[in-house]
Write a protein that binds this ligand. Sequence first.
Ligand SMILES: Cc1cc2nc3c(=O)[nH]c(=O)nc-3n(C[C@H](O)[C@H](O)[C@H](O)COP(=O)(O)O)c2cc1C
Length: 283
Amino acid sequence: MVYYIHRIEKGLSHKHFRSGFGKSAFAELKAVMERWRESGYSTDDGTYQAAQNVIRAYVYKHRAIGKPIPQFVGEWFADEVASADKACGNEGNAGVKIVRASDKLDNKTKNYATLFAQRTSVREYAGTSVDMQAVHEAIAISMKTPSVCNRQAYRILLVQNQELVKRALELQGGWRGYDAPPVLALISVDVRSFVSVEERNEPYIDGGLFTMAFLTALEYESLASCPLNTMMRKQQERDIRELLDIPDYEVLIAFIAIGNVPESIESPISFRYKPETITRELR
Ligand SMILES: Cc1cc2nc3c(=O)[nH]c(=O)nc-3n(C[C@H](O)[C@H](O)[C@H](O)COP(=O)(O)O)c2cc1C
């Protein structure tokens, strides 16, 4: 359900909004919402409510810009359409939120909890050039990332050449509908630092930790960013490696799109579960 909610949120956040989008995502969402109810799960659950709220946000957005609500939405989600205005508009746990450059100016004075909570993926950037010194500062901060036996096998490639950025993102496939970011980073891990087969997953752990540290450090530097997956089929990966000259002894962890925060931009809310949803304790 979260996957389809997110697909719709991304469509809602586009600067060049395409009204009436999302029929296939809504069809999937309808099916999983039905399964949820048939399975006897609570409709007061935050995830189910996020599904309802993203439908309401969709309706709200269409009404706000004077566009007709597609027939399939009216047919499949009559209750949510009826409650779109009074229930949440754009203030529920799904839909879009506004990200503003003015809110990021004093990021270096903020404490960790605030900085971490306000970081969010931004996919559309200001048209200004990125201060590469700030990106290098973010890498320097991220060097404190812990790694197994302190091997520090993560690597980072910074690409500014717009032709390469565009081609890499076409191959990556998860950036459709957005302009190329001014900077694209690729985080990888050098597997030559690993010595035996039990360590086979460790590159992904260390690389993931580095990625999170880097995302937070970019936020600290008041830069906007979005992590991008490297979930690839063989040929796709081969093409990316060839394009960006990545040696075969490095595994790919994640791309990170980087740019300046626009004056004001809409971004998916991407709600989070409550901590108790994911926590188990043995006493
Ligand atoms: C490893 C990883 C891969 C991701 N891949 C993509 C992607 O290909 N395209 C995209 O638009 N967002 C991608 N995202 C961004 C997620 O959608 C986003 O982090 C999530 O919805 C949480 O939102 P937040 O980053 O705003 O807190 C990725 C995030 C991670 C951590």
